[in-house]
Design a protein around this ligand. Structure first.
Ligand code: ADP
Ligand code: GN1
Ligand code: MG
Length: 687
């Protein structure tokens, strides 16, 4: 059961949504008028009715919901709304009343805090420890999230960031004080400043933009006019950004959060606002180049309230998981205490977490992974390969004078001397060193990056050329045996366990039309034209780490599937994921195109990296490898879709289907480009 309800209670409207926590989406939402001020009991009754209606529309009942989370205006403490001016509430027992009506766990939080929580858990702060959100709306709201929990302060008044003072003799604020952040940086303040300044500039384009009627001014017009170079707007926006930078720098100087998120309608201005803002913040806040707070626009606009409210119930769960992770780490042979852990990366298979351990004054970073038992039937056999290969690489890297802690993965042993830990639930965990100052990419950002990754993967294969292949366990039999994948696909189509077949007849036909093609590499192998080598078998771009600062390629990771395989498949898997103009799960297929220039760069890099290790036959079959891996991966996504999404991690409805369609679009593109691909490979094969 992965559903819960999120309520966004506002002074004007009450919005409610059923949220699917697994697929990370709002399943259905609805809205009624608040008609405030009214007593808590009355408004609660309306919310209760709204919730009942909402679930019945989806053919469910309240019992199917895990909890109800509510974002409310006002000051919140211990389940009570201490004070909410626009609702007319004082010391309202909101949680108690709602719980009595619904029988469900009810969690409430202040609305700005809730919006911050949405960003901290699913939004721009999803992989960070601390997030501060500043919401620029009618007022300036604030929210602070630390270690997966909202920081309310000892009395519930924390994070009222709109009322930090920027100028004690400045503009009057709605709270009665002078010079509050809110009096300079709310949308309201922006609009009234634009009106004031506009009157000093009769020729400003803002006049036309608001139909010569100053009362029609809104928060977007000054930005639009600023973009056009309008003098009055430049003055207004200049001041706005100046004060925003001061307010934010004050917050950064106190907390140094990982992420400072800017929300509210104005955040929709994107880089027009963010670029100059970041520059000024860098100038006036404390910090060093390598470790600055990330200042980012919010991910959720209108739905932040519902989503954040729904996520409130996760606070307890997140705390529990963090505690459990500490007990897992205790079993590994390291010193110090875990001070931070959170989900990390975009892998589709394992549960990957970032771990920060403090030992005295020293910080150490690790990656903890729960090995996917559904995918890997024998984690101990897998870990035998994993440690064998990493030791082998470590020795070679040391001999070559490299940095073995950053150029390969390093497995930390358990206190019992094992290379994995088996917990009481039967789950297998491994701890590896976090490659310091590294990051991975899901899409090529600079073409050279793709070339670098090609050299790295080519070289990886070269380094393993003398690895004793006979000592490797076969982790997933027939992993890249495309005809066998086709067999499993046909079984899934015939079984059609989720009754999804009829929606995907076109995709099924696409796969079957290429049944003959699917045999190509296996046939070449049988005929002695394609040798088995020690290969990586999962060579997508996000399985390489780059230096966070210099962007130099560092380390090939995700060594779970190292097995005997075909070099052309390692080549091909990189192409399917990287030589494209869109992410692997992009839904808009007009954005998904095979990029022949990236293909060329990869060919060049891979051949160089392999240092002459590729035979004539292998070189010739590189383009086929690219089409084969794309076709095979698309087929695997479609198989998983038909089987009910049990293999690849999904985070939305139809995720696997979207991925399959995306891959098939690339297959078509590559097929059309096959002669050109062959030419390119020829060009680099003779060097
Ligand atoms: P999966 O099999 O689920 O893809 P990976 O082993 O590839 O799991 O890990 C998922 C992500 O975690 C990677 O794409 C990478 O971003 C990050 N990651 C994994 N190992 C490390 C490491 N040692 N140091 C830094 N980041 C890592
Ligand atoms: C999986 O583990 P990850 O996310 O790096 C999968 C690959 C697929 C890939 C598709 C063990 O890779 O085979 O090509 O997703 N890994 C396994 O993105 O099945
Ligand atoms: Mg991976």
């Amino acid at each position: 059961m992965s559903y819960c309800i999120g309520i966004d209670l506002g002074g004007t409207n009450i919005a409610a949504g059923i949220v699917d926590l697994k697929e990370k989406r709002i399943v259905r939402k609805s809205r009624i008028k608040t008609r405030a001020p009214r007593p808590c009991e009355e408004i609660s009754e309306d919310i209760f009715e709204l919730c009942k209606k909402l679930v019945s529309f989806e053919g469910m009942s309240l019992k199917d919901m895990q909890w109800i989370g509510i974002a409310t205006p006002g000051i919140v403490k211990d389940g009570k709304v201490i004070y909410a001016n626009n609702l007319g509430w004082q010391n309202a027992e909101f949680v108690k009343i709602m719980h009595e009506k619904t029988g469900l766990p009810v969690i409430i939080a202040n609305d700005a805090n809730t919006a911050a929580y949405a960003e901290a858990i699913w939004g721009v702060g999803a992989e960070s420890r601390t997030l501060v959100a500043v919401t620029l709306g009618t007022g300036v709201g604030g929210g602070i999230v630390i270690d997966g929990r909202i920081w309310e302060g000892m009395n519930g008044f924390a994070a009222e960031l709109g009322h930090i003072t920027l100028d004690s003799e400045g503009r009057i604020c709605s709270c009665g004080k002078r010079g509050c952040f809110e009096a300079y940086c709310s949308a309201t303040a922006l609009v009234s400043e634009a009106r004031r300044v506009m009157h000093l500039y009769p020729s400003s384009v803002m006049w036309d933009m608001c139909g010569r009627d100053a009362s029609k001014m809104n928060g977007y017009i000054p930005f639009k006019a600023y973009e056009q170079g309008d003098e009055a707007a430049t003055e207004v926006i200049g001041d706005f950004i100046k004060y925003l930078a001061i307010g934010i720098s004050n917050i950064i100087n106190i907390l140094q959060p990982d992420v400072l998120c800017i929300g509210g309608g104005i955040s929709a201005e994107g880089e027009l606002l963010m670029a100059p803002l970041r520059k000024q913040i860098e100038r006036i806040s404390f910090g060093v180049k390598e470790g600055r707070t990330k200042v980012a626009a919010a991910k959720f606009l209108n739905d932040a309230g519902i989503i954040g409210a729904a996520l409130l119930g996760k606070q307890e769960e997140i705390t529990k998981v963090k505690e459990y992770i500490k007990t897992i780490i205790d079993n590994f042979d390291i010193d110090g205490v875990v001070i931070e852990s959170h989900p990390y990366g975009n892998g589709h298979i394992n549960d990957t977490r970032y771990i920060l351990v403090k030992n005295g004054g020293e910080d150490k970073e690790y990656i903890l992974q729960k090995i996917n038992k559904n995918v890997f039937k024998s984690p101990p056999a897998l870990m035998e390969n994993y440690t064998g290969v990493t030791k082998f690489l470590r020795d070679k890297i040391i001999k070559a004078g490299g940095d073995p802690d950053r150029e390969t993965l390093n497995v930390i042993k358990t206190k019992a001397g094992e290379n994995y830990y088996l917990d009481e639930n039967g789950d297998y965990w491994r701890l590896i060193l976090f490659v310091k100052d590294s990051k991975s990419y899901d899409l090529v950002e600079r073409p050279e990056q793709f070339y670098d990754s090609a050299v790295a993967f080519g070289n990886f294969q070269y380094l393993l050329r003398d690895y004793p292949a006979e000592t490797l366990n076969e982790i997933i039999p027939n992993f890249h045996n495309t005809p066998d994948r086709l067999r499993l696909f046909k079984e899934a189509v015939a079984a059609d366990v989720c009754a999804r077949r009829s929606e995907v007849e076109a995709e099924i036909a696409f796969v079957l039309e290429r049944e003959e093609f699917a045999q190509t590499l296996e046939r070449a192998h049988r005929e002695g034209r394609l040798p088995l080598k020690v290969t990586h078998n999962d060579t997508k771009l996000n399985n390489i780490l780059f230096d966070k600062y210099t962007d130099a390629p560092l380390c090939v990771i995700d060594l779970d599937t190292i097995m005997p395989g075909y070099s052309v498949n390692d080549f091909g898997d990189s192409i399917r994921f990287g030589a494209t103009t869109a992410l692997e799960d992009e839904v808009d297929l007009s954005k998904v195109n095979f990029d022949i220039n990236l293909f060329e760069l990869y060919v060049k890099g891979f051949i160089e990296g392999a240092k002459g290790g590729l035979s004539e036959g292998e070189l010739e079959m590189l383009p086929i490898g690219a089409i084969m891996m794309t076709y095979e991966c698309g087929t695997r996504f479609l198989t998983d879709y038909l089987q009910g999404d049990t293999y690849f991690r999904t985070s939305r409805k139809n995720h696997n289907l979207d991925r399959a369609r995306n891959q098939f679009k690339l297959v078509r593109d590559m097929e059309a480009n096959l002669p050109k691909m062959h030419e390119i490979v020829k060009k680099y094969s003779h060097n």
